[in-house]
Write a protein that binds this ligand. Sequence first.
Ligand code: BGC
Length: 251
Amino acid sequence: MNVLGIDIGGSGIKGAPVDTGSGTLAAERLRIPTPTPSTPDAVAEVARNIIENFSSTPGPVGITFPGVVKSGRVLTAANMDPIWAGFEAATFFSAKLGRPAIVLNDADAAGLAEMRFGAGRGIRGVVILITLGTGIGSALFCEGRLVPNTELGHMEIRGKDAEARASERVREEKDLGWPEWGERVGEVVAKIAFLFNPDLFIIGGGVSRKAEKFLPVVQGMVKVPVVPAQLQNQAGLVGAALVAGESASPA
Ligand code: BGC
């Protein structure tokens, strides 16, 4: 079954139909820069364009959001317009897009996709996925089940919000070298390892494509295995589509 996934990020909004049986994209994804200001109306307009572009994929749409989302309601929006906090996003998108919309946290969506089709496939115990992008997101799994809405990217490191030191955006803005940035990411991972003792870390986000440049530094700072995500930047889209597909036809 093909289901449309839309991944709302701090810098870009991506969409594609996803074959939910294989976790692959059924068509080339469309990426549109996140509007500024990133208000609900402006974001819904972009989502509408994405849906029109893939009009041959009907049915529910899964949408990720870079903040805490409970029962379709956004609670936090660190890298989006603050008006989102407290916003009933699922109801809003369903009305604006004219089809059922399921909204969930972006890192949770990426984690669900990695656990089903990627680096976490078949792994039991405690798995933590960390996404490195505009912000730092996290998804925590215990025996394959998601504990939703963890916000480990906002852990305090050296008196600062972790994502303000170690996100991919910070690496680009400060033009940090790979080893230096790798150490910053490693500090975050080491603190999480100390507090949660997971069995596996998966590092996601677009930069996971360049894992060889920084993951060895991160791995040198913790004993637990640290592996790159396999679906890279598509994990969010795939996870969103999975959840939307399952909500439409519960197993
Ligand atoms: C948000 C998280 C989100 C992450 C990645 C953080 O700033 O608080 O909810 O998952 O960015 O987008």
